[in-house]
Design a protein around this ligand. Structure first.
Ligand code: MUC
Ligand code: MG
Length: 366
């Protein structure tokens, strides 16, 4: 069970359709594959997606921090010593997706070592999740057409609509067009990625009040402390803290301070070990959880489904599991398949995926 090596391999896979949102844009999945090797010949895998506009990480930075700091701190540990790894990596500030990927690769190696799936090791609540699809910025007709395609091809009926543009009318037109096109047949919520001020957010939400939204997410900056509390206090839908509440301390501060009433758990930034802490905290605080997507590839998505399906609170709502559909290719030997609007936990030990060596050779950048 002892870890003998931790590798960080950068790769780049273009998107067929870039995702645009208020804080940035992703046109190529320039991610880092993390491999944890053990003395028994087991290889645990996970992917780290750099999101400079959210966490300050870059692809080169993730490779550098893993190779220079994290790999030496983790090598020699048993794959079960996740708390020791967490404490050691925690001495370095930031770098959430680099740390999370090492944690998840250790869990994958642990599951493969004992011959059990990570999802059952974490809690085994269900074997599938409903899928929510993220609609990036575009014209109303194009966003309706994309939703139509998702319904027809994958059976997806929950949509997170990216908002946060100025003037707010641009986004209001989109949400209204989606509701008019699909009626009660779809679930809709909005994510502003901090694009609006609290006052703009309030105005927009008032104008969307008749559209039966499930949630509003991160419409404005949490740093606008009083403005955000004022907004959240006036909304009649749960307000999801996403990038403003990554750590358990962030979640406690945002929820108890009245600046959030639900949270997004993203395994890409908190791994399985940190996501367990966020989940248990959400249960204790009595707030809803949505399994979020860090614009993950299929490997990251397999991690999200493993965690989300493990608990009742994370499997209740549709989970954001579909960003990989817009990539031109991926690294897995067997692609993930969304059918009837659901994605199933991968069978098999660990996370249940294998990396295709030919695809890795094609897409690795060093
Ligand atoms: C999301 O839920 O916000 C876009 C930026 C980010 O950090 O994550 C994505 C999706
Ligand atoms: Mg978000």
């Amino acid at each position: 069970m002892k870890i003998t090596a931790v590798e960080a391999i950068p790769f780049a896979i273009p998107y067929a359709k870039p995702l645009k949102f208020a804080s940035g844009e992703v046109a190529t999945a320039e991610h880092v594959l993390i491999r944890v090797r053990t003395e028994d010949g087991i290889v645990g895998v996970a992917e780290a997606p750099p999101r400079p506009f959210t966490y300050g990480e870059t692809q080169a930075g993730i490779v550098a921090v893993v190779e220079s700091l994290f790999a030496p701190q983790v090598t020699g540990l048993r794959v079960t010593e996740r708390e020791v790894a967490r404490a050691r990596l925690g001495r370095t500030i930031g770098n959430p997706t680099a740390k999370a990927a090492i944690d998840m690769a250790m869990w994958d190696a642990f599951g493969k070592t004992v011959g059990l799936g990570v999802s059952e090791l974490l809690g085994g609540c269900t074997d599938r999740l409903r899928v929510s699809h993220m609609l990036g910025f575009d014209e109303p007709a194009a966003m309706v057409a994309e939703a139509e395609r998702m319904i027809a091809t994958h059976g997806i009926r929950t949509f997170k609509v990216k908002v946060g543009r100025r003037p707010v009318d641009l986004d209001i037109a989109v949400v209204r067009a989606l509701r008019e096109a699909f009626g009660d047949g779809v679930e809709l919520y909005v994510d502003g990625n901090r694009g609006w001020t609290p006052a703009e957010s309030m105005r927009a939400m008032r104008r969307l009040a008749d559209l039966d939204l499930l949630f509003a997410e991160e419409l404005c900056a949490a740093d606008d402390v009083l403005g955000r509390r004022w907004l959240v206090g006036h909304l009649d839908v749960p307000f999801i803290a996403d990038e403003s509440a990554v750590t358990p301390a962030d979640i406690t501060r945002e929820v108890l301070g009245g600046s959030a009433t639900a949270i997004s758990i993203k395994t890409a930034r908190t791994g399985f070990t940190g996501s367990q802490r966020a989940h248990h905290l959400a249960e204790g605080l009595g707030v809803e959880v949505v399994m979020g997507n860090q614009i993950d590839g299929q490997l990251g998505t397999a991690c999200t489904i493993a965690f989300g399906a493990a608990h009742q609170r994370t499997s209740h709502r549709a989970a954001e599991l579909s960003n990989f559909l817009d990539m031109t290719d991926d690294l897995l030997t067997e692609p993930l398949l969304i059918t009837d609007g659901e994605l199933r936990v991968r069978p098999g030990a660990g996370i249940g995926v294998e990396i295709d060596p030919d695809k890795l050779a094609r897409y690795r950048t060093s």
